[in-house]
Write a protein that binds this ligand. Sequence first.
Ligand SMILES: [Zn+2]
Length: 349
Amino acid sequence: VSGRNVAAVEIGGQKIEPGQRRVLQLPLPRLYTHAEASLPVEVIHSKRPGPRLFVSAAIHGDELNGLEIVRRLLTARALKQLRGTLVCVPMVNVYGCLTHSRYLPDGRDLNRAFPGSESGSLAARLAHLFIQEIVSDSDYGIDLHTGARHRSNLPQIRAQLDDPTTREMAEAFGAPIMLNASLRDGSLRSAAQDLGVPILLYEAGEALRFDELCISAGVRGVLRVMRNIGMLTRSRSKRRYQPMLAPRSSWVRVPASGVVRHLRGLGASVAKGERLAIVSDPMGQEEQDVISPFDGIIIGASRMPLLHEGEALYHIADFSDDHDDNVVDAFQEHHDDQVADEWGEPLSY
Ligand SMILES: [Zn+2]
């Protein structure tokens, strides 16, 4: 880590000197209209030595909260005291962003295409460029996601929490829930881990929407990780809650096709056997209860009122053994104090 900033950094064949802040456009395969395409990257390379962190968003092209997290991060006053190198990529899946889609134009999921290759599919080529130029020379990474379309996630960190460095970053981030998520083949997370780059995945909110709490908590989370890894001066302010590690999580599916009425929502602390929702036929004649399989917290929920039997309704973090009912409330209160009204300028970070 030390000494890295003595030299310029090179990304996409361009040199960024110590003390420089630059926006780069890394060339990508053109659109079929022959319009040029490029991957936008902003690099802040401090004169002061420190680690290199990448922050990426919209690997799934319809997951947008991360874009706004990156925009606010790049305007944060705290960056004046930056040590090391911050590399921000607000829109990794450029092609998906253009079509409001999670996927590449050929239907591939970029987050199953890592580490990619120069001669593979469009997804593989984009993944390869991202690994080569952004990930491989980084010391740490934070990748920003939301729930899929029509599904919302409570702010949560997914990471390889058996690794002590990753665990420390996750706790510093301060999302209320941490999941020790298993690695998926082809994911950025697994490719970064193969390269020895500790990475956090922040999941918050739903696709194609901005959510102020998720965004504000995300910006603060990234800044707290930056303090933790020595890129910013540590602050003395104490958090009023401790993130909880969920040992397991599982999806609760609707037992019958029909119209869903929610009794509990995102962030609710639920008990085993508790009624979470009611599914009825369109006339409301036949009703079935959706029951919680264990004690836990609802960390993901479908927003779609019409579901077929077997479709996922709630994602519940299992806290059968160890359960702090207050963590979500404490998290929300902590951030409510700090978020601006929906369309107003956010308070400075
Ligand atoms: Zn995603």
